[in-house]
Design a protein around this ligand. Structure first.
Ligand code: TYM
Length: 344
């Protein structure tokens, strides 16, 4: 995807992404998002936040929310984000997200939101009981991104549709307010084998915080025994591994385990198959468990160490929010001027 509008954005390249503090972080979040954040912070100005405003679109226990927020921040730091290099903050500490979100609620069209598949999945059979926030959730996501005029958004595959909506909102705002090139049309960065990690129990369902079975996912706080046990119990098929990735297309569970191995080792599925072709899962699973423990073990340990010092996390988050606000406030002021608000 590129910006093919007649007046493409010419501002600096910036990265923005976030994770909701709504449950335990898992391997999908790590491979689909956190690993990419860490890499990109050295390439572009990077903003990574904890999406606590998004989390409350479903009920969150107020006694737990701050702890969950710090846990995500700890995971960011443990996976290698450097708070001096990247700006790390909680969404709720930067009120400009919500302010721009409101303006975007008036730009986005109902028809666009009606197409969002995540709302359909998350609201389930009783959509009239879902919060209004859950429905307008992708609009706030567009504000998260565009309040920093971010150009690159590293996310898992499941966020692609929200990024397309963000581009539609940016383009419509630029058009409606006579501001060509004002907001960038950001690109979703979803490449790589970790972009869609599937459940260990069902190769057709994505690995998810909300799956009732803990065996379906590897949590970032799982210890070595739990990781090995979950991989041992992962659903597979009786066939040996093929030498061609194409042959994995009809074998979702096998494709998932090979994809996880590839993502953990920073390789492609084809390279993994070149090593393991002809072997069965009896041989492959212990190797996968070994690699997972070796890669995730140090992350878990660092995460626990950060979590033991909440005051330090709060210091980092507060400093990050101050830096973030300085940029967000400029965008909101410019936006309000374009809209025509008095005094803007
Ligand atoms: P969330 O909290 O559901 O997930 C955080 C990130 O993890 C990715 N992810 C996965 N990647 C690969 N395989 C999986 N099984 C898997 N499950 C989750 C997600 O794609 C995401 O990148 N709406 C976002 C949070 C958000 C946001 C934003 C992201 C709010 N505003 C602005 C980017 C930019 C969400 O709920 O992610």
């Amino acid at each position: 995807m590129t910006d093919d509008s007649p007046h493409p954005y010419s501002g600096p390249r910036r990265v923005l992404s976030g994770v909701q503090p709504s449950g335990a972080l898992h391997l999908g979040n790590y491979l689909g998002a956190l690993v990419k954040f860490t890499r990109l912070q050295h390439e572009m100005d990077t903003f990574i936040f904890v999406a606590d405003l998004h989390a409350i679109t479903a009920w969150q226990d107020p006694a737990k929310l701050a702890g969950q927020t710090r846990e995500i921040a700890a995971a960011y730091l443990a996976s290698g984000l450097d708070p001096e290099t990247a700006t790390i903050f909680p969404q709720s500490m930067v009120p400009e997200h919500a302010e721009l979100g409101w303006i975007f609620n008036c730009v986005a069209r109902l028809g666009w939101l009606d197409r969002m598949t995540q709302f359909k999945e998350k609201s389930g059979k009783h959509k009239e009981r879902a919060s209004v926030g859950l429905y307008t959730y992708p609009v706030l996501q567009a504000a998260d991104i565009l309040v920093y005029k971010a150009t690159h958004v590293p996310v898992g595959e499941d966020q692609r549709q929200h990024l397309e909506l963000t581009r539609d909102i940016a383009a419509k705002f630029n058009h409606d307010f006579g501001a060509p090139g004002f907001f960038p049309l950001p690109d979703a960065l979803t490449e790589g084998p970790g972009a869609r990690v599937m459940s260990l129990r069902d190769g057709q369902a994505k690995m998810s915080k909300s799956d009732p079975s803990d065996l379906s996912r590897i949590n970032l706080l799982d210890d070595a025994d739990a990781i090995s046990q979950k991989i041992r119990k992962a659903r597979t098929d009786p066939e040996p591994l093929p030498d061609d990735p194409e042959a994995l297309k009809a074998r979702p569970e096998a494709a998932n385990l090979v994809g996880i191995y590839a993502a953990l080792g920073g390789r492609s599925s084809a390279e993994v198959l070149a090593e393991f072709a002809g072997q069965g899962f009896g041989a492959f699973k212990p190797k996968l468990a070994e690699l997972a423990v070796e890669t995730l073990g140090p992350v878990t340990e660092r995460m626990r160490r950060y979590m033991a010092d909440p005051a330090e996390i709060d210091r980092i988050l507060t400093a990050g929010a101050q830096r973030a606000r300085a940029i967000a406030a400029v965008t909101v002021a410019e936006t309000k001027r374009r809209v025509g608000f008095v005094g803007a």
